[in-house]
Design a protein around this ligand. Structure first.
Ligand code: DC
Length: 226
């Protein structure tokens, strides 16, 4: 079974996708982590975020290893170092949307994702999973939430780490990323025509997981009965 979960930054994709995968006993792949890993290495090497060829060299030469772990989701190793936390740092977040606009970088990363998709059942989350990476997915879920709510969630997440950030700044950052992700030329953030949209603004994590599982399991039951 292949399940694609797409949507804008902060709509709850990775949390929901990880929990749905756990419930269904499937692998979970966080595709944003791959673009974040390229961005982290590019920042470390002082690569210009507009230099497509240099970024492609970073992507093709990095030693990236993604380990699928139930509770933690995906653990990301670069040259043997666990960078799962580092790739979520603000400087990576601020640059990753620019890095992911470059076609050569995307083609390379999408090919990796395609290989993972061919290895069997999976829940994959990202921006272009239902449209480009797994257009043949059995289920396509598109998660939405208002900018205000997504900023509020991000603020809470940062507060838990002891980081205080102004909510207006977070809203602005989210708007900027939405704009870059949805207006880029190469496979922009877009809801696939056959995707089911869920607005998570006023729903809890468990309510969203339940909705997704109801959809999938409800359908499985209908098929068994008919
Ligand atoms: O989901 P995330 O915030 O970790 O994603 C980081 C960035 O990576 C996001 O701003 C756009 C890009 N991305 C993408 O272009 N395609 C994907 N499938 C996943 C992420």
């Amino acid at each position: 079974m292949k399940i694609a979960v797409d949507g804008p930054a902060g709509a709850g994709k990775s949390t929901i996708a990880r929990l749905v995968a756990k419930q269904l006993g499937l692998r979970y792949v966080d595709t944003g982590a791959m673009y974040r890993a390229v961005t982290l290495v590019a920042l470390r090497q002082g690569v210009d975020m507009d230099d497509e060829d240099a970024l492609l060299r970073v992507a093709t030469s990095m030693d990236l290893n993604i380990v699928f772990q139930g509770q933690r989701g995906n653990v990301i190793y670069l040259d043997g170092q666990d960078v799962t936390g580092l790739i979520r740092q603000p400087d990576v977040t601020a640059n990753v949307s620019t890095v992911s606009t470059h076609k050569k970088v995307r083609d390379f990363i999408v090919a990796l994702q395609d290989q993972i998709g061919r290895q069997g059942s999976v829940v994959m989350d990202g921006r272009d999973i239902g449209t480009v990476v797994m257009p043949d997915a059995d289920w396509k879920i598109f998660l939405q939430a208002t900018v205000e709510e997504r900023a509020r969630r991000r603020q809470q997440e940062l507060q838990r780490k002891g980081v205080v950030v102004d909510i207006k700044d977070l809203q602005e950052q989210i708007r900027t990323r939405d704009h870059l992700d949805s207006t880029r030329e190469n496979s922009p953030l877009r809801k696939a025509e056959d995707a089911i949209e869920i607005d998570t603004t006023s729903l809890s994590i468990s309510e969203v997981v339940e909705k997704v599982l109801d959809l999938i399991q409800g359908e499985a039951e209908t098929c068994t009965r008919s």
